[in-house]
Structures are given as C-alpha cells and as structure tokens.
Design a protein around this ligand. Structure first.
Ligand code: GDD
Ligand code: MN
Length: 387
C-alpha cells in the first residue's frame, strides 16, 4: 500500500481512499453521509473506507454504524477517557486509516461528498494537500448565514492570512496523501483547525477546490465561544512557530505595555485614596510586575515548561530591575554625553525603553522562562503517542 515505486497494480484513477470523519453526537447524520459517499465513489470503482472517530457520544452512534456496516465499509473508533478534541480525533483517524489517500470531512453534510473526487483528482495532479474552499471563485457558504456569522468567519480567515496562502485555511474538508504527512507527533493543534496546522507545520503544496458549504440540518454545531478562544491560542502558537523570536518579542512588548497601564492606573488610584506620591510610585510597581510575569508565563512563553511560581516571580522581578537599570542608565549616558539627545530628551527616553526592554527580554528568555526541559505541549500530547 505504501509503495510509491510504480510496482502498484492499482490504476491511478482507482487509488483507494480512507474518509476520516470526527464525530460527536452525530447519530442522525451517519447513515446519510455513508450513503452519499457510497453514491459519490461507487462509479469511480475505487475501494474506500469510512472511519468515524467518535468522542464517546453515547447517543447510539455505535449501533447506527454497526447497522450501516452490514452494507458499507464503515467503522467507528471510540475515544474514551480522553478529553473531547476534534483535531486529536482527526489525527487518530489518520493514524488508524488503512489507505494512503485520506479525506477529512465533517459528519453533518456541510461538506458535499460529491466533491471528494475533485479533491482526489487534485492530489493526482501532484499537490500534497487539496482543500475544499468556500472562499475561492465558485465556492460558497450557506445563504442562510447571517452577516455576523459571515464576518466572524471572514475575520478568522483574515487572521490566518500571514500564515498560509490558501483562501480558506479554516476549512475542515481536505484530502492528503499519507506519504507527504508531517510527523504527527510534532503537531500541536488546539481546537478545530487541523487543516491550518498541517498547512503551517507541513508546508504542503496546496490546491484549492471550490465547494458549496451547507449548514447542518441535524444536530447542533459544537463551535462555541470556547472554540473561538482556542482558535486565538492556536493562532498564537502557529505565529510563534512560523515567525519565531520576532513574534515572541512582540508579545513581550504587548505584555509590557499592558503592565505599564496597570502601573500608571495603580499610581493614580493610590494617590486618590490618599497615598503619598513617592510611596504610590513604589507600590504600583508590584501589581504591574506581577501581571507581566503571569501573562508572559501564560502567553509569551506558554510553550516552555512552567517552573515553580514563587522562585520564577522573584527572578522575573530581578530581570525587570536589571532592565530598568539599563533603561535609566542609557538615558543618563545619552543625555550626558550626546548633544543631540540633550536636545531631544524624549528620544533618549524611548531609546532607554527599547534597550531596557531588549535586555529584559534576553534575561527572561534565557533564565526566567528557560527551556531546559521538554516543552509542556510535548507532555500534554503524550496522549497522542498511545498506540
Ligand atoms: N471526535 C470529535 N470530538 N468530533 C467533534 C468534536 C469533538 O470534540 N467536536 C466536533 N466534532 C465533529 C462534529 O461531529 C462534526 O462532524 C465536525 O466535527 C464539525 O463539527 P461542527 O460542530 O459541525 O463544527 P462547525 O460546523 O461549527 O465547524 C465546521 O466548519 C468550520 C467552518 O465554518 C468545521 O469543519 C470547522 O473545522 C470549520 O472551520
Ligand atoms: Mn458543522
């Protein structure tokens, strides 16, 4: 099956295909999907299988699949004792599927099974990944989509633009060849966007195929605010992966700015309640630096193994003080020894912030959030390593 050596007796047009479908409470959609895939693929004479990866729906899905399996090559794998996760379900399905050509799609008939052959044809032309796209010419979304949903989807797409060239990187309908697949254990998907994860980390040559996306008739969408938040987390991770240190530095700067606002707010509110201004200056530093330490831990360096909080906080404070010393020191040096800066003190002030910030970043990157052990996400994903 895996041989690409030309010894295969399969004619090209009939390369078998595994259709991988993640499901959660889709019992009502399963028979219809299987029938339509069967109808779509029957004429091509291809061998196929339909593999559902279910997150323990407990809605009779397994029985439904057993019934359909009497006539069609359908099976269901149930993931138990693992948190519900669409992307990990898809990865598991890809691992457990039999054939090299793999199509991933939703169960709710949003993705027209009739387009499977178009996706496979695109793979035959030599690309690594074929994506069913709603946003290319001839593609479409459901006419019942309200403005809000449409804008939401377009915004999500826009945010991923710098990462990929595909016009619909959010798509959940795509075909890939197993022989191209990146190392599955190295993937770090969160939430729904497994195709995006493939595109950023695997850098496939992508071909897009227009599809008309239909809203589900049966059951409920599992897309909620939590998924949207997860999408932002996923994006951050992919941006860090793709653009590396500059993106980390950018997050560090954003965190620093938010801390500055807290510092200023504290400085003024303490005076409001009667605290003397010099004491207020000294006190407002602490919530600000604590906020920065926490947010950098959660965001900028969230991929690093977390170290004990108290100790790390102290190190962070020390790092911040060193950064401030550099900030102040460079201001002093510039305004003392340079005529230009003596007349443009604001520029000296800004240079100080820049230099201090960079030194601070180098310290926290190297020591405070050091990467001396396995990244956290490797530990989290050990569930994927199960055989
Ligand atoms: N195993 C498993 N575990 N499957 C899940 C889970 C889960 O936690 N959550 C959802 N699914 C399955 C659903 O049963 C369905 O087959 C498919 O994943 C998509 O879920 P929907 O709930 O229908 O998602 P959607 O319609 O909001 O989102 C789809 O369209 C988006 C574009 O608008 C997905 O294809 C997204 O990937 C896509 O971005
Ligand atoms: Mn759906």
């Amino acid at each position: 099956m895996k041989s690409d050596s030309g010894h295969s007796i399969q004619p090209r047009a009939a390369i078998p295909v595994s259709v991988v479908v993640p499901t959660f409470r889709e019992a009502a959609n399963i028979p219809g999907l299987a029938e339509r895939i069967h109808a779509a693929l029957a004429e091509s004479g291809r061998e196929w299988e339909l593999l559902f990866i279910d997150d323990d729906s407990d809605d009779g899905s397994e029985t439904v699949v057993e019934n359909v399996a009497r006539r069609l090559p359908v099976r269901m794998i149930t993931r138990r004792d693992t948190p519900r996760d669409l992307s990990l379900a898809v990865l598991e399905g890809i691992r457990l599927s039999r054939f090299d050509r793999i199509v991933v799609m939703d169960a709710d008939l949003s993705h027209p099974p009739e387009r499977i052959l178009d996706l496979l044809a695109a793979l035959d032309t030599g690309c690594d990944m074929a994506v069913g796209s709603r946003y290319m010419p001839s593609g479409s979304v459901d006419r019942t989509w309200g403005l809000w949903r449409f804008l939401n989807s377009r915004l999500a797409t826009l945010l991923a633009r710098p990462l990929v060239t595909c016009s619909d990187p959010m798509s959940g309908f795509f075909a890939i060849d197993r022989r191209w697949l990146p190392d599955l254990a190295a993937l770090r998907p969160i939430g729904y966007k497994i195709a995006l994860e493939f595109m950023v980390r695997g850098q496939p040559r992508v071909t897009e195929v227009p599809i008309a996306f239909h809203d589900r008739n049966q059951g409920d969408s599992k897309l909620n605010w939590k998924q949207q938040f997860n999408y932002l987390r996923h994006l951050r991770r992919l941006y860090q992966y793709k653009f590396g240190h500059p993106v980390r530095l950018l997050f560090f700067a954003l965190v620093g700015t938010s801390g500055l606002l807290i510092d200023i707010a504290g400085y003024f509110s303490l005076q409001q309640v009667g605290v003397e201004h010099r004491l207020a200056r000294g006190l407002s530093f602490w919530p600000a630096v604590t906020w920065n330490w926490w947010l950098n831990r959660k965001m900028t360096f969230s991929d690093r193994q977390p170290r004990p909080r108290g100790r790390q906080w102290i190190e962070f404070v020390v790092g911040s003080l060193i950064g401030f010393a550099v900030n102040w020191g460079s201001y002093m040096v510039l305004t003392t020894f340079s005529d230009f800066f003596t007349h443009n003190r604001m520029l000296a002030f800004i240079c100080g912030i820049g230099l201090g910030g960079i030194v601070n970043f180098l310290i926290v990157n190297r020591y405070v959030y050091r990467a001396d052990t396995m990244p956290v996400e490797d530990l989290n994903s050990s569930v994927m390593e199960r055989s």
